[in-house]
Design a protein around this ligand. Structure first.
Ligand SMILES: Cc1cc2nc3c(=O)[nH]c(=O)nc-3n(C[C@H](O)[C@H](O)[C@H](O)COP(=O)(O)OP(=O)(O)OC[C@H]3O[C@@H](n4cnc5c(N)ncnc54)[C@H](O)[C@@H]3O)c2cc1C
Length: 320
């Protein structure tokens, strides 16, 4: 079995969700290759080898500098057609989803998306896909090759294998229509501390914070712990925090080592985005809140009293 993994990158780093997908591909066995598309990206190939790619195809071209999907579809189609790959795996992101859909159309191939896992089954693959608001988990397959699979970001862990990849340079053969769109400007969100996707510690706030002003103490706790801040949909819908911080079914899927949930009830749509966290700590004033059913440590009480004291304690421990 041969698998090609689209490796998304940002500011000189391969993104963790892509490395998770690469690690999963490597664990299935067979030949695993990565493809890196961009401008000035050759140096990233080494990283891909460490996470299990035997070969890395690098398309390094000034026309590929901006993260537009269609030129990437051209490169992937070119690599798949030349290499005869059985599977193409991508991590879900705005770019990854666009590229996967474009590639499926270009190659007339089947695409399964929102997968949380995949396993080998003889010569084929079986994907795991949560459906119906994540209340049911289905097994899905493909009827033809290449099998294109789009995995939820954060669903798969990136594991180093210490390998080394052979680098193959790709001369991109870009279609005129793929170059018709031009990106005029890229804006970067101002953020401090680690991103939600990469953080080992996440402090998440729910409606129990009481309003946007409740985010101050929560941010201080996150800072003391060296973690990132996140939120429930109720909170972002209310405009208390940006949408980019939303965890859950219609937000991001994360699996940090520690997830601290403050004033979060634990609705199923939130749970699916964070249930694979290493240790879940919940603070909620309602002893019957559903979050306590899947927390490792539950504190029943008013977060406005507990959080400042907890922050003080963490800061004191760090200082000592
Ligand atoms: C199709 C669909 C998709 C959705 N997608 C998402 C998603 O991606 N992410 C998501 O999060 N939600 C999602 N939701 C919404 C979800 O169903 C819940 O409504 C939401 O998660 C609730 O957010 P919350 O826990 O902040 O608020 P609430 O459910 O209102 O919970 C607030 C909690 O705070 C506690 N509390 C209040 N005051 C205090 C205090 N002083 N100290 C301690 N605890 C206190 C309360 O006891 C309560 O348990 C989705 C819903 C639908 C229908």
């Amino acid at each position: 079995m041969t698998t090609l993994v689209f490796l998304e990158h940002h500011e000189g780093e391969l993104l963790k969700p892509s490395l998770g997908v690469l690690s999963k591909a490597a664990s299935l066995g067979g030949d695993v290759a990565g493809v890196i598309v961009g401008s000035g990206v050759e140096g990233l190939a080494e990283q891909a080898g460490v996470y299990g790619a035997g070969t890395v195809y690098v398309a390094d071209d000034a026309r590929l500098e901006t993260p537009l999907p269609q030129p990437r579809v051209d490169v992937l189609a070119q690599v798949v057609q030349a290499g005869g790959f059985d599977n193409v795996f991508l991590a879900q992101s705005i770019l990854g989803a666009d590229v996967a859909a474009g590639l499926a159309a270009r190659l007339d191939a089947g695409l399964n998306w929102q997968l949380t896992d995949v396993r080998a089954d003889g010569d084929g693959l079986v994907g795991t896909q949560p459906v119906l608001a994540d209340t049911v988990v289905c097994e899905v397959g493909w009827t033809s090759t290449p099998r294109i699979a789009l995995f939820r970001a954060g669903a798969l862990d990136a594991k180093e294998t210490g390998g080394q990849a052979t680098v193959e340079t790709v001369q991109p053969d870009l279609q005129d229509f793929s170059l018709a769109a031009e990106m005029l400007e890229q804006a970067h969100e101002e953020a401090s501390g680690p991103s939600i996707e990469d953080a080992d510690i996440i402090v998440a706030g729910g409606r129990g914070l009481g309003g946007p002003e409740g985010f101050g103490p929560r941010e201080e706790l996150a800072e003391a712990l060296g973690g990132a801040v996140a939120a429930t949909r109720a909170v972002v819908d209310a405009g208390w925090y940006p949408y980019s911080a939303q965890i859950g079914q219609t937000g991001k899927t994360v699996s940090p080592k520690l997830y601290v949930a403050l004033g979060i009830s634990g609705a199923i749509q939130h749970k699916v985005g964070m249930q694979s966290s290493g240790t879940i700590v919940a603070i909620n004033k309602d002893p019957n809140a559903p979050i306590f059913e899947f927390s490792d440590l539950g504190v029943v009480g008013d977060l406005h009293e507990i959080v400042p004291k907890l922050t003080e304690l963490v800061a004191a421990r760090k200082g000592s």
